[in-house]
Ligand binder design. Structure first.
Ligand code: HEM
Length: 492
């Protein structure tokens, strides 16, 4: 690798051992290195690309990138830099799917899934999100003048779940207890959806034979089975129903595609693959969305002046707060979108996007002084698109540690912003998230002011201490906020 700067260490960061060991020079990089370091390691090395070499579990060459042009080249060249699909093996427990596949198989899934994420689906996402928020204010919050949550994900996780429930699976779930358990089932659809969305890690890492060992494992195992059954029952019911109503949830759209035959008389997608892909939408979209919303509210609480600007925009576009916003207005809420983008820049849910080199090649990277160098990239090299490294790179973002939504108004460096990845394998649910997010933000901020919950034990902390406490996060499945305690106070 031309002895290009980077780490030379015994244990790979990507290995299980590498995730357990602390940072020891020459031995291991320590946990959460990407999130902890952000752009610092690139700054120290003098290049926006690092060549890392480790020998345990096997000799491994790795390139980490925080250079926008290099990242663009990697994400655009799908054949030269495919996804290392073996790293996604755990996701195959749902059946073959769009996230964990490559080559022709991926192409087929993408072709079937892309039309489902349509404008009609986006409108459904918007309309249903608005209803879920209205229901939250009335049913969960009882229209109280002040509501406090100990951790904001208490509300953002259920909201995201309900939205994917209705706009993804085509089943309404809400704040009221849906405890109806149909004959032949042991849990309601809502419970199965909730347990599956929170139990994926358990299902992925605990071997099948051990899933009966504890009550929690059994509950997760049963929820997967039940949700699977619900999906197959839904497929049967829709196929048998006389009345073919127009439905725009992702499930119905994929179901329609499964009726279309390919040239060789096979369905475009089998029922098992249909279910596998709907499961993966739940997994890919639920936590990323809920955590981003949580960080957004945390930032707005910490920066009241930014919240005021946001409120002003909402008020100017929707002077009557009792009127519900409509989907065709969404694009006018530019400051709201800027708030999300700035949050996604600072807290990208996916910290490292993995690729692999399919051939002996090289990758050109630059630095802050305007120099460039080609890093030799042997076939098989793991490439990590380091999102925090790119998003905090001062070459593209001035004052990168400051929360400034304005930077996303007007011209901004699009290639240096990849929270949804880029190129042909970019997130298919981006507009789904943006639609849901804007609807939630408008509904909430038009009615409530968000502040950090006052707690006596933190009464004397400085702003910097408060910021560090409220924004504490670590990458688990996706970047996860530790604890975001907030108060929502009704506006006059
Ligand atoms: C803040 C919200 C979201 C973020 C930050 C995000 C981020 C990403 C990223 C970085 C990738 C590329 C992953 C990789 O290469 O391994 C991705 C892919 C994907 N995302 Fe999202 N996502 C979000 C929301 C959603 C939602 C709401 C859905 C579905 C409803 C979704 C469905 C998918 C799918 C299916 C893929 C795989 C696409 C493919 O490989 O062709 N995402 N997302």
């Amino acid at each position: 690798m031309g002895n290009h700067p980077g780490s030379r260490q015994l244990v790979s960061n990507a290995s299980v051992l590498g995730q357990i060991l602390p940072r020891i020079r020459g031995i291991s990089g320590g946990r959460h290195a990407i999130w902890r370091e952000k752009h610092t390691i690139f700054q120290e090395a003098g290049w926006d690309g690092l060549a890392n070499v480790s020998i345990i579990p096997r000799l491994r060459t790795q390139i980490w990138l925080s250079d926008a042009a290099a990242i663009k080249e990697v994400t655009m060249s799908r054949a030269r830099f495919p996804k290392p699909v073996h790293q996604y093996r755990v996701l195959l427990l749902f059946g073959g799917n769009i996230v964990a596949s490559e080559g022709d198989e991926w192409k087929r899934y993408r072709k079937v899934a892309a039309p489902a994420f349509s404008e009609k689906n986006n409108k459904l996402v918007w309309d249903e999100t608005v209803k879920i928020m209205v229901d939250m204010f009335h049913t969960l919050w009882n229209d109280a003048p002040e509501v406090t949550v100990d951790h904001c994900i208490e509300i953002t996780l259920p909201i995201a779940l309900f939205v994917i429930g209705v706009a993804g699976f085509g089943r309404k779930v809400s704040w009221k207890d849906d405890t109806v358990v149909p004959p032949g089932y042991t849990m309601s659809f809502k419970e199965a959806l909730h347990v599956v969305s929170t139990g994926t890690i358990v299902k992925a890492i605990v071997p099948n034979w051990a899933m009966g060992l504890t009550k929690h494992f059994r509950h997760v195992r049963d929820a997967f089975k039940e949700l699977d059954n619900y999906m197959f029952d839904m497929i049967r019911a829709r196929r048998e129903s006389e009345k073919k109503e127009e439905r725009y949830d992702l499930f119905s759209q994929l179901l329609d595609a499964s009726q279309v035959e390919t040239e060789d008389g096979m369905p475009q997608i089998t029922d098992r693959e249909l279910v596998g892909n709907i499961f993966i939408f739940l997994l890919a979209g639920h936590e990323t969305t809920a955590h981003t919303l949580c960080f957004t509210f945390a930032m707005l609480a910490l920066y009241p002046e930014e919240q005021d600007k946001l409120y002003k925009e909402i008020k100017s576009l929707m002077p009557d707060p009792t009127r519900l916003p409509t989907y065709d207005e969404m694009n006018s809420f530019q400051y709201s979108m800027a708030v999300f983008y700035e949050t996604l820049r600072m807290f990208p849910p996916v910290n490292g996007i993995p690729k692999q080199s399919a051939e002996d090649t090289s990758i050109v990277v630059g630095n802050g002084s305007g120099d460039s160098v080609a890093i030799p990239c042997p076939k098989g090299t793991y490439i990590t698109i380091d999102t925090p490294g790119l998003h905090y790179n001062p070459r593209y973002w001035s004052d990168p540690h400051s929360f400034k939504p304005e930077r996303f108004l007007g011209d901004w460096p699009r290639d240096a912003f990849v929270p949804f990845s880029a190129g042909p394998r970019a997130c298919i649910g981006r507009r789904f998230f943006e639609t849901e997010g804007i609807a939630i933000l408008i509904m909430l901020i038009s009615r409530y002011k968000v502040t950090v919950k006052e707690e006596p034990q933190f009464a004397n902390e400085t702003f910097e201490e408060r910021k560090a406490r409220v924004l504490a996060a670590k990458p688990v499945l996706t970047l996860s906020p530790t604890r975001v305690p907030l108060t929502f106070t009704k506006r006059e």
